[in-house]
Design a protein around this ligand. Structure first.
Ligand code: EPZ
Length: 418
């Protein structure tokens, strides 16, 4: 099992270039199932989760390969098959194939995706959304069988603005005759990027980014080239590291508007932030202050995917901060690892009370999930002494060689292979 070793206390300086967003690229790859010609996606990071989605395409007879930082995908020979639990257990986002498979083949079958470290991850909103399009769904023996022979457009109301459910319903209605309206949908930038991708390829998805999306069905989508949006969560991770240890860290390529909920918090804590068109610069403050209250919410609220990283920062800010996790019922597990480093964090259900200390103390810790693992790396950048983060495969799901970015910024960090 690989580990990452960090010697804390080195100030960071330089530029990090942000690549395409994992959570935009995953649904876009799935969407290619309904495109019968070549699609090329540019500036994509090499991530385990993306590789898992490419395997699903290849297993169905499609072409799906990295060529440098581009992804070449061609589903002209793709045939539907049951996405078994070897896929759904490693990649929950494999659920995103339901919509495009129904669009392209009027049938889809996946094994139930399990929960994960951060929560049970139910899929009722996906299934109820598809049923609103007259998809007949049978669940049993750990599988979800979708029959879309009688699919038709309709009105879909989501009880909660679920990102994945919104994406599945958009893709299920893209090639469906007539108009489908989706109410109370998610508004994340990744939803807008999926809609933009579909429109560039000849679809008609209107209203993405609002709580009401209209999909006008088209006969087919064409292939072509596309640049997915940059990863706001990777960018936010580096901004938080810069607010903690940055003399001057430039995060390049990301739209600053996507990160306003975070930058507002960092400014309130004393960090200096400046923004340009596609660039955010952060300088740390030696007098880092606590942030009274942060609550994770669906976009445009504070993103749950930056909650662990912010908590690692607040654990080293003078004063008492409160963080409330409203999206996932189990997303504070990583705090046990921060407590091993000396963090004073009390968790009660969905509320973490953080009494900041000047610096944590490095020790051996273990990543248990993707963003929790990233928070341990951030904590180690500032902590006294050496921090060793094990089970880094969790981190590699969403960060391309996380240590390389920090080495470029002057951190003393390396990956130990054993
Ligand atoms: C997406 O997951 C992201 N993953 C997650 O990022 C992110 O944390 C999440 O959106 C919220 O922003 C991808 O895009 C691949 P949801 P998703 O459906 O679609 C409940 C990361 O670290 N819910 O918006 O699964 C659910 O339990 C990952 O990159 C239902 O109740 O998130 C949760 O409380 C982690 N029923 C809330 O909705 C459903 O059918 C938000 O989930 C679906 C969801």
């Amino acid at each position: 099992m690989e580990r990452i070793r960090i010697t804390g206390g080195k100030f960071l300086e330089g530029k990090v270039k942000i690549k395409g967003a994992k959570n935009a690229i995953l649904p876009i790859i799935a969407c290619c199932i309904m495109i019968k010609s070549e699609v090329i996606l540019h500036e994509c990071p090499h991530l385990a989760d993306i590789e898992s989605m490419l395997k699903i395409i290849r297993a169905g007879g499609g072409v799906a390969e990295y060529e440098g930082d581009s992804l070449v995908i061609n589903c002209k020979n793709f045939s539907p098959y049951c996405i078994d639990d070897s896929y759904t257990c490693t990649l929950r986002a494999s659920l995103f194939v339901l919509g495009p498979m129904l669009s392209a083949f009027k049938s889809a079958s996946v094994c139930y995706p399990g929960g994960c470290e951060i929560g049970l991850r139910p899929i009722d909103l996906h299934l109820s959304g598809l049923k609103s399009l007259s998809v007949n769904i049978e669940c049993g023996n750990g599988r979800i069988e979708c029959d879309g022979l009688n699919m038709k457009n309709g009105d879909v109301f989501l009880d909660f603005p679920s990102v994945g459910a919104t994406e599945n319903v958009i893709m299920a209605s893209t090639l469906l005759d007539g108009t489908t309206r989706i109410y109370n949908c998610a508004k994340e930038p990744e939803i807008c990027d999926l809609a933009n991708f579909i429109n560039v390829m000849g679809g008609k998805v209107l209203g993405a980014g609002t709580d009401r999306i209209t999909v006008e069905g088209v006969k087919s989508l064409s292939g072509g080239r596309y640049f997915p949006i940059k990863d706001r969560i990777v960018a936010g991770t580096h901004l938080i590291a810069g607010a903690l240890m940055g003399k001057e860290v430039v995060v390049d390529g990301v739209n600053p508007a996507f990160l306003i909920p975070l930058t507002e918090k960092l400014i309130g804590s004393g960090a200096k932030i400046s923004t340009e068109l596609r660039r955010i610069t952060v300088k740390n403050s030696s007098q880092r202050r606590a942030v009274k209250r942060t609550e994770t919410q669906p976009y445009p609220g504070f993103p749950t995917d930056l909650q662990p990283q912010l908590t690692a920062y607040l654990a080293q800010c003078r004063g008492c901060s409160i963080v409330v996790e409203n999206l996932f019922e189990n997303r504070f597990n990583y705090t046990l690892q921060l407590q091993k480093m000396g963090a004073d964090i009390t968790v009660r259900n969905r509320v973490a009370i953080i009494k900041g200390v000047k610096r944590l103390k490095g020790c051996e810790v273990e990543a248990k999930d993707l963003r929790g693992g990233a928070s341990l790396v951030i904590a180690g950048l500032c902590a006294e002494g050496i921090t060793e983060v094990s089970s880094v495969h969790h981190i590699d799901r969403g960060y391309e060689n996380i240590e390389n970015d920090f080495i470029m910024l002057g951190a003393q960090i390396k990956r130990l292979k054993n």
